[in-house]
Design a protein. Structure first.
Length: 200
């Protein structure tokens, strides 16, 4: 019997519990990650929403930035939502003072592109090549303003790129974990299954 995928959820700040709950419902074993040691033995990791500049500071404070960047570059399936997308990106148009990213996804992002917290909305998007509808939430969401070579666009909202994928990395502007939408997390687990198959 294949063991349940061990999926880390970066637990420094932001919407951690909702991701962990959804992963558990999909048959994965969520692992809350606060230290570099907790990256060992993971099959995937989720970088949840929150405040991207705060998470950036905490990653460096806890010595997590370089170990996390390393496992992603080595091929660990990775999902970044909202602030997580910003952290994964290779550049930010409007960074907070001193803000850095992990530079593992060749895109540029603009923070809070869809307005303030009060401009939050729940919307239906067409996802992926087949255009399947996904129900999700935008909360102070970023947009992708530049897509690098080899990066696939998976979804748009109001003409703006809000979901991308490149190899083992998925980055989205929105919050499927808040609406119970499992499509994106299932996509992450499909990446895990494909990686396991290659290693078998």
């Amino acid at each position: 019997m294949t063991p349940a995928p061990r999926v880390g959820v970066l637990a420094l700040q932001g919407g951690v519990a909702e991701h962990a709950r959804m992963l558990e419902e999909l048959g994965a074993e969520p692992v809350l990650v606060r230290t570099a040691e907790q990256l060992a033995g993971l099959d995937a990791i989720v970088l949840p929403g929150g405040e991207s500049s705060t998470v950036d500071r905490l990653l460096r404070l806890f010595g997590l930035r370089e170990p996390l960047r390393g496992v992603i570059l080595e091929g660990l399936p990775t999902l970044g939502t909202c602030a997580g997308l910003i952290l994964l990106s290779s550049g930010i148009e409007d960074p907070a003072p001193g803000q850095r990213t992990l530079e593992v996804l060749d895109v540029t992002v603009a923070r809070n592109a869809f307005g303030s917290q009060t401009a939050s909305e729940e919307v239906e998007l067409a996802w992926g090549e087949d255009g399947a509808a996904v129900r999700t939430a935008f909360i102070r969401a970023p947009v992708v303003t530049r897509v690098g070579e080899g990066v696939a666009v998976l979804a748009r909202h109001r003409g703006q790129v809000v979901a991308v994928a490149s190899g083992n990395v998925l980055g989205i502007s929105f919050h499927p974990e808040l609406t119970g939408e499992t499509t994106v997390h299932r996509h992450l687990l499909e990446l895990v299954a494909a990686r396991r198959a290659l290693a078998a």
